[in-house]
Ligand binder design. Sequence first.
Ligand code: SF4
Length: 383
Amino acid sequence: MNYLDVDIYREFKCIADACPNTCCVGWEVFIDKNTYKKMAEKEEQLGIPAKEWLKDNGEIVSVRLDHERCPMLADNNLCNVVMKLGPEYLSSVCTIYPRAYASYGDTIERHLQISCPEVIMKLMEKHTIEFDACHDQSPAPEYPYTQLYLFECDVRAFIIGIIQDMPQITLNTRLFTAYTILEEGIRMYQENQLDSGKLEKEVSFYAGESVLRNVETQLTQVVNGSSQYRFAEQLLKIADSYNQRYVRLFRLVRQAMAYFEEHDIGQYMSDVQEFKKACLDTYPDFYTNYWVYRIFADTLSVPDYEKSKEKFSYIAIEFALFQTIAMAAFAKRGSLDHEEYIYIISTISRILEHTENFRNVLMNEIHEKKLASAAGILLMALI
Ligand code: SF4
């Protein structure tokens, strides 16, 4: 088998009690029956009967949260299962998270879920994201979509190249161009013409600096502050109407909504600039790394390649949402709070990773209200 990993995959180490947004709070974790059995056997050592903190409905076992916390999470935010029994007693879900895998025949791609704050911190610290390939002797299963997978990989590599290699061009221009290349790849797929060489020639034209500069100039005329302002304001209203479970996050959402009631477009534009400057001064490579990472992890759509466009838009919505909430918090405080920024990004990702409905609500409302096209979303993502 071949393995393709994002570089931080192998380096990852949970920071446990130092985590600013632990995954042991706010999530209903499902565990395997075998772990339930082990927890029942060791309940004396754990100091709590298994049936008091685990719910077995016959088919699945889940953790009963106590004030949103896993009952095994001690006050010092360390896990009692690990401390009292050892890490080998953790359920597979707890052992695996935030690691994620996708199989494409003879290749497995591995990354980490962005809802883990340690992953976000790594993306903030790193200068650039790299990818590692390796191979072992495990047998590969039959796979009917290898040709499409390899084509999608080539298109993804072209896109990542533009985003990573042209930092002198604004990020929204790079994303818009990346999206254009994706559309071209999908058009070739629809016409049953998976020709990476041909697409590469087109990409070398799109990726020329003078072409990108030209696109950059045109985009500044298309997207203005008022459309960005209205888009961000609407996005908050949709988010607010959906889910209030994450109390701290929704307090920040309300704060951001109040920001839009109190500030006009002029002030918004100036605050956005200040916010972006503060972020880029503190984490100069974060935005590029974030997008490269997400495009690697979340845009392949074998065998239905058309879905990739939708996935690209999801990432832009997510980005726009956390940036807007963070910008309003920044404007209120007058400075960037590292812990709060990471909390906002990880919680939004957590909701979107685990509540598909929230993502659908956001996308449907955006389409129904005609707030933006998919390409428009990229341009208004507060970047
Ligand atoms: S969210 Fe990540 S760093 Fe935090 S406790 Fe969970 S696995 Fe560890």
